[in-house]
Design a protein around this ligand. Structure first.
Ligand code: ZN
Length: 130
């Protein structure tokens, strides 16, 4: 283990971008294998070699910059999908409606019949089916 630690000293190691590339590479491997799509498999080799290069790299600043760029794109996607997931998860107990005045999305309990909703944003009161 000591030899490996010495070997990895001063090297960049893994980050979110490398992890994402690894997952992408694995997905491509499965698809390429299933469809016998050879150019996709070649692409996975390039992806995996890029991963190894990034992990072994001693140019830490450059790798951090790459990861930062990646996160700039990735974080909005992540929070967007997390929001969608929460809506799906809570859709059994809650219903999402839009305020007729300001179009603000509002969450109301499901299965309570007709209810009076007050918009959090503009205080408009309206009747909605839950
Ligand atoms: Zn409103």
């Amino acid at each position: 283990m000591n030899g490996l630690r010495n070997f990895m000293m001063g090297r960049y190691g893994t980050d979110q971008l490398t992890l994402a590339l690894l997952i992408l590479g694995m997905i491509f491997t499965f698809i390429g294998d299933a469809l016998e799509f050879n150019s996709l498999i070649t692409l996975t080799y390039i992806i995996f070699l890029t991963c190894i290069f990034r992990i072994m790299s001693k140019n830490i600043l450059a790798r951090q910059k790459e990861n930062y760029k990646f996160l700039e794109y990735w974080n909005p996607i992540k929070s967007w999908s997390k929001g969608k997931y929460n809506i799906i998860k809570s859709s059994k107990n809650y219903k999402y409606i839009k305020c007729p005045n300001c179009k603000q999305k509002l969450r109301v309990p499901r299965g309570k019949g007709k209810i009076l909703v007050t918009c959090k944003n503009c205080n408009t009161k309206f009747i909605a089916k839950s």
